[in-house]
Write a protein that binds this ligand. Structure first.
Ligand code: UGA
Length: 342
């Protein structure tokens, strides 16, 4: 099979590329703005990478969509701070660029594997979010945090509509707070443009105070990257007709913790693996102070993974402590604070 990954150098893209090359016989075609996360894959004979921009490289993209069997468009801005500070940039890249790709996949009748998001469920009050029964609950328009969720939701609907018409086959997956190596850079985390685990890690390394937004009672089910990638490889390798129009939550319901608890575990883990203990303290700020007036938080987010368990025979394996420790260790090695032998 020939697989096209747009955004191959991203957090999910680099790990998926590596796993596909290591465990399958597929040819992988990749595009991204740079290749700094692809050191394990770049020289592989079945990996064909080109540096390019999805907004510009239209001919390359159309040619490769026509040539490949499966298209995985992973390009997106996925950091809440940017939803609030530059919502139009999020709309342009996450919605408009991906809509162009989806239309080409429909034109050539190919298989699309699309990254939706846990954020589509928004402030849904279900105990566990289900792909087929949960309502998608977003806040008011001036809360521009929801532009990411709304963009992804509309793309999910466009994709399913194309599949219903028979233009393409598709499988949609929804990552729930995946964490692991090469998530956000420490430079992004320093600017607040990371996810919570990378922002907290930056604070730990630099002795800065950790800030719990609204006191840190809100909860997330953190999912280790390797578990998520295993599910994705299963989706790619399985029969496209069986998985057509299916949506899968890919998350670890047992890893559901509060953000305050995350901070405690990260401080303990840091003090356990580093020679010098953390010098900062844990503080709190309101969401308005931390993100600005366009932000609104999501209190709970636990995936129902019955669909993935039964159709993919997939089960997340990495518990919360191990997921956090593995992520922190990978960063501390990459940043030169630890060696792989320590
Ligand atoms: C994330 C992002 O929108 C996407 O990466 C993604 O699609 C989705 O959720 C997902 O990974 O499932 P969220 O979980 O809100 O959204 O993003 P984080 O930045 O990781 O924040 C998690 C929680 O930590 C939020 O409640 C936030 O307010 C809090 N937080 C963040 C803090 O308390 N302190 C900080 O310094 C940063």
């Amino acid at each position: 099979m020939k697989i096209l990954i747009l955004g191959a150098n991203g957090f999910i893209g680099n790990a998926l590329t590596r796993k596909l090359l290591e465990t399958t016989d597929n040819e992988v075609y990749g595009m991204d703005l740079s290749n700094n996360k692809l050191e394990h894959s770049i020289a592989h004979p079945r990996f064909h990478f080109v540096e390019g921009d999805v907004n510009i490289s239209n001919e390359w993209i159309e040619y490769h969509i026509r040539k490949c069997d499966v298209i995985v468009p992973l390009v997106a801005i996925a950091t809440p701070n940017v939803y609030v500070t530059d919502p139009l940039k999020v709309f342009q890249l996450d919605f408009e660029s991906n809509l162009k790709v989806i239309k080409l996949v429909a034109k050539y009748h190919k298989r699309l594997i699309f990254p939706s998001t846990s954020e589509t469920y928004g402030m849904c009050e279900d105990e566990k979010f289900n792909e087929y029964t949960s309502n998608l609950v977003l806040g008011p328009i001036h809360k521009c945090r929801w532009i990411y969720s709304a963009s992804k939701q509309l793309l999910d609907r466009v994709i399913i509509a194309h599949a219903e018409k028979g233009d393409l086959t598709c499988t949609i997956f929804r990552p729930f707070n995946w964490v692991g190596s090469k998530l956000d850079s420490m430079e992004e985390a320093q600017l607040g443009n990371g996810r919570v685990i990378t922002i907290f890690l930056y604070n730990l390394i630099h002795g800065k105070d950790i800030v719990l937004v609204n006191g840190g009672k809100q909860r997330r089910a953190f999912t280790y990257l390797d578990d998520g990638i295993d599910a994705l490889v299963k989706i790619i390798e399985m029969d496209s007709t069986i998985l057509n129009e299916k949506i899968f939550n890919i998350g670890s319901p047992d890893n559901d913790i509060s953000i305050a608890k995350l901070a405690d575990i990260m401080v303990d883990t840091y003090n356990e693996i580093m020679d010098e203990p953390y010098k900062g303290k844990i503080t709190t700020k309101s969401e308005g102070e931390f993100y600005g007036k366009g932000y609104e938080d999501i209190p709970i987010r636990v995936p129902d993974i019955t669909e993935a368990r039964t159709k993919l025979l997939w089960e997340p394996k990495c518990d919360i402590h191990q997921s956090i420790k593995n992520t922190m260790t990978a960063y501390l090695i990459d940043e030169g604070y630890l060696t792989s032998e320590s």
